[in-house]
Design a protein around this ligand. Structure first.
Ligand code: NAD
Length: 369
């Protein structure tokens, strides 16, 4: 039996922030990072709320650490808001999700949790996941729980126009990785496949333009919606080996999440394509995205998918490996054993189409150095 649940109400379009006006008379707590707290983005948000009723928590940093979540829960207990808004990239939304989840358990009566993404990448606004980091151990913990789903997601493409090209590239590749991992996952269904196919088509079609011409609202809207579609797909179907290793690149080496996924994507596809069912699905996806001829066999389809991922990465300036990131070979070597151990324990590995051993993971890491 397969299960499909998306409890989040989604409003999209350039007027979607107007939905906030329904909460003007509520005590509202906004969770964001320091950059967004100062810019025009927060001003756009506050246009639709009563500023006297809004409190900001702007201490979020990339890959939010446990300590920030704990500080947020303490603050939440003082403010006791009726509405919480997670405003930002995946880091701000994930931190807000964890704060709301534990805050509600501590008895704070939060009526409504609203997620407003300002990057087009994680899909966190429609997922049951929150990824929190332990910087001491260098581990990123993906927490999954149905109570983590935001109540409402607002997708305004105008919020994404200011995202710089490198972040557009990384987050866009994150969308593609979500779609592809969900598509070959052991938890995939016809329902999640429909979402993953559409998201992957949109990334191949629109990411190069979003990277090259960041102020084109239509292109930004397509990538923003693709991100949410891919989030819906993987929240139902699960992820896989790509994320299990990418979480370690983030936790141990501080590589941005989307970039870590992008570096690993082709190698993980090569590894998983030894599974016959996965190989067929990669080829089908290539044909559906117009990357391979309709009549092409599965081997040709897989090769075209790999070729087009390589081309897309070059178009959006993704380096060919970890070596291009100035991390230092010694640091990678020292972290390797920990990364392999943690990847084998990462919750996302459970739905990978092919079992992976420590040697398999080591080989993939070596291939992307
Ligand atoms: P992020 O939230 O860390 O943001 C990256 C950078 O972009 C930050 O410096 C931020 O200030 C900046 N930024 C955000 N919006 C901007 C805007 N509109 N204009 C200019 N700059 C902007 O990056 P992300 O990739 O969105 O999120 C990554 C995090 O999400 C990771 O911790 C990852 O593990 C997690 N994640 C969660 C899920 C989930 O389902 N919960 C899924 C995938 C990834």
């Amino acid at each position: 039996m397969k299960r499909f649940v998306i409890p989040t109400r989604v409003y999209s379009g350039t007027d979607s922030l107007r939905r906030l006006e329904r909460y003007r008379d509520k005590k509202t707590w906004v969770v964001c990072d320091g950059f967004l707290a100062k810019g025009g983005a927060i001003a756009r948000l506050l246009e639709h709320l009563d500023a006297d009723r809004v409190t900001l928590f702007s201490d979020i940093m990339p890959d939010p650490p446990i300590a920030t979540v704990v500080a947020g829960i303490e603050r939440l207990q003082t403010v006791r808001p009726q509405v919480v808004v997670g405003f930002g990239g995946g880091s701000a939304i994930d931190a807000a999700k964890a704060m709301v989840f534990f805050g509600r358990r501590a008895g704070i009566a939060i009526d409504t949790f609203i997620a407003i993404p300002t990057t087009s990448g994680t899909g966190s606004e429609v997922t049951s996941a929150s990824v929190i980091s332990d910087p001491v151990l260098g581990i990123k913990y993906p927490l999954f729980n149905d109570e983590i789903y935001p109540d409402i997601a607002l997708l305004d493409p105008q919020l994404v126009v200011s995202v710089p090209p490198a972040v557009t590239a990384n987050t866009g590749m994150d969308v593609l990785t979500h779609a592809i991992e969900a598509y070959v996952s052991t938890g995939a269904s016809d329902f999640s496949d429909a979402l993953a196919e559409k998201a992957a088509q949109m990334v191949f079609r629109h990411l190069p333009d979003a990277f090259a011409t960041g102020n084109c609202l239509r292109t930004r809207e397509k990538m923003h919606n693709a991100s949410t579609l891919a989030g819906m797909a993987f929240s139902q179907a699960g992820l896989g080996l790509n994320h299990a290793i990418a979480h370690q690149f983030g936790g141990q080496l501080h590589v941005a999440h989307g970039l870590a996924n992008a570096l690993l994507l082709a190698e993980v596809i090569r590894f998983n394509s030894q599974d016959a069912r996965a190989a067929k699905k990669y080829a089908r996806l290539a044909r559906l995205c117009g990357l391979a001829a309709h009549q092409s066999d599965d081997r040709a389809g897989l090769n075209q998918l790999l070729n087009h991922i390589g081309l897309l990465k070059r178009q959006v300036g993704i380096p060919s490996g970890l070596g291009g990131l100035a991390i230092g070979a010694e640091k990678i070597r020292l972290a390797e054993a920990n990364m392999i151990r943690a990847a084998l324990n990462d919750a996302t590995l459970t739905t990978n189409p092919r079992p992976a051993t420590d040697n398999d993971i080591a080989a993939i890491i070596h291939a992307v150095i």
